[in-house]
Ligand binder design. Structure first.
Ligand code: G3P
Length: 489
């Protein structure tokens, strides 16, 4: 391990690229700025790859893949464990980067990196236990036992991993680690806000011994190079987390290629009359406002039976008013949103709902891209905020007459990521869960992705395919059958 230096820009003019020998500061060529949401200005720049540079880098990966695919599982696991150990030693500077790049608060930033360390270790172990099966011909009419199929899994080739801004380290690693363990080579295309974090975790992967021609970080604006990367002939699988429109675009321009798409959500918390109100309040507030609501699995609407909606709304609002608002380095719960444009969209949805009759149970206040947490009662299905994904600190409460109406409203969303049910009648909870068209139902808990060995699935506009350690390895490998024709019996 020679150079485990974490690159953190000293000022906005600092520009960086990562190559086989480490950091190139002030590289030749185009750069793109990394905007610091809490700083209100650029914090640094990263190299903007040109198509010719992309071709050259992917060519290297295609060649590296031909060796990596035949490495022993135990060797892959050893390198992954070493990568995780190095990352764990750098939690503090990497968390500093997350605070700068995406205004994630200190604790959440540290937790994201620790979660990634744990994910890599678990992936290395899980990958060792992937097995296949042997099938005998005589199980099917007309065939003899001398025909045996040995069924195993093989890698796909060069995998393109595209994580979102809100988890630029964790949702990079939940793509990279299973892909590598499955024998693939990986291109990481980090989000621009999160690019410095992405470059640094790849740099540390090289220090762990993961080969330069097996893992690459290609930075640049998705507008400029996104389609080029997704359509590149050497790319054999795309693993994307981001907005639904972008995910749908990727699905439209790719043909005959496996995809893993983690997209938007409008997760509903269905609160029934017998719910534990304190539990529901605490879980809903945490689920709705962690990282300022910038999570695809955030609670984005409360569907509450009319008889308790007012008391629940007031209880939620009382707790929301205690949330800390400010800077990530002060570990505030509510921090500046990722961009002014994002904040404008959230603000527009709030203002429209108020104009149409929604009632704010908390102060409605904004300072640039910092929006104070808002709880809106009396939201109706005629309002945009009942259906659109704000990706910000706002929680609409929609009153329902009964659970049937709750199920109907929950399923009417274009999204189908997760839903939560709060009731003390577990049999009823399971029955209602059966009727919810989502990937995951949380019973008496907030909607969330973890623990990360659980399947993480989105339906409808929320995604395609299943993540989670084992599911991700399976999604980035394929079956292969080798049939042995033994002596004729
Ligand atoms: O928004 C990204 C999605 O993966 C959320 O993950 O762990 O916050 O539920 P989590």
């Amino acid at each position: 391990m020679s150079d485990t230096t974490i690159f953190i820009p000293k000022d906005s003019r600092d520009s960086v690229q990562l190559n086989e020998d480490g950091w190139i500061t002030h590289p030749r060529g185009e750069t793109i700025e990394v905007y610091g949401p809490a700083k209100g200005h650029a914090i640094g720049c990263v190299h903007a790859y040109e198509p010719s540079e992309i071709d050259q880098r992917i060519e290297q990966l295609a060649q590296g893949y031909q060796t990596w695919r035949f490495t022993r599982l135990t060797d892959r696991a050893r390198l992954l464990h070493r990568w995780a150990d190095i990352l764990e030693k750098h939690i503090t500077p990497l968390a500093q980067l997350l605070m700068l790049e995406i205004a994630k608060n200190r604790q959440d930033a540290s937790d994201e990196i620790q979660r990634s360390v744990d994910f890599i270790h678990y992936t290395a172990e899980e990958g060792l236990r992937l097995s296949g099966e042997a099938l005998y011909g005589d199980a099917f009419p007309g065939h003899a036992r001398n025909k045996v199929s040995l069924v195993g899994r093989v890698p796909l080739g060069v995998v393109l991993a595209i994580p979102p801004f809100n988890y630029p380290i964790n949702l990079a690693i939940t793509k990279i680690a299973p892909a590598l363990m499955g024998g693939n080579a990986v291109i990481l295309k980090p989000p621009t806000q999160g690019a410095l974090s992405g470059l640094n975790i790849v740099h540390l992967a090289y220090e762990a011994g993961i080969p330069f021609n097996v893992l690459a970080a290609i930075t640049g604006s998705s507008r400029n190079i996104g389609d080029y990367l997704v359509s590149h002939p050497y790319v054999k699988m795309v693993n994307f987390t981001g907005s639904t429109p972008t995910g749908q675009h990727i699905a439209q321009i790719t043909t005959m290629m496996p995809l893993l798409l983690e997209l938007g959500g409008k997760d509903a918390a269905l609160v029934l009359s017998d719910a534990d109100m304190t539990l529901a309040r605490d879980q809903i507030v945490s689920g709705a406002f962690s990282y300022s609501g910038q999570r695809c699995t955030a609670v984005k609407r409360v569907l509450a039976v009319d008889e308790l909606a007012s008391s629940l709304g007031l209880a939620i609002a009382e707790k929301v008013r205690t949330l800390t608002v400010g800077l990530p380095e002060d570990n505030c719960m509510i921090t500046p949103l990722i961009s002014q444009q994002s904040a404008d969209f959230v603000w527009e949805l709030i203002q429209e709902a108020l104009e149409q009759g929604a009632v704010a149970l908390t102060p409605v206040h904004r300072k640039d891209n910092l929006i104070f947490p808002v709880v809106l009662d009396y939201v109706t299905p005629s309002m945009r905020i009942a259906w659109e994904e704000p990706f910000g600190p706002v929680l609409p409460i929609i009153r329902i007459q009964d659970e049937a109406e709750g199920i109907s409203l929950a399923n009417a969303s274009e999204y189908g990521l997760q839903a939560a049910i709060f009731t003390q009648d577990i049999s009823k909870a399971f029955d209602l869960a059966e009727h919810l068209d989502v990937g995951t139902v949380q019973i008496n808990g907030k909607t969330s992705r973890g623990p990360d060995h659980f399947p993480f699935v989105g339906t409808k506009s929320s995604g395609l395919g299943a993540q989670g350690v084992r599911y991700s390895i399976l999604a980035m490998t394929r079956l292969k059958s080798t049939v042995v024709n033994l002596g004729h019996v």
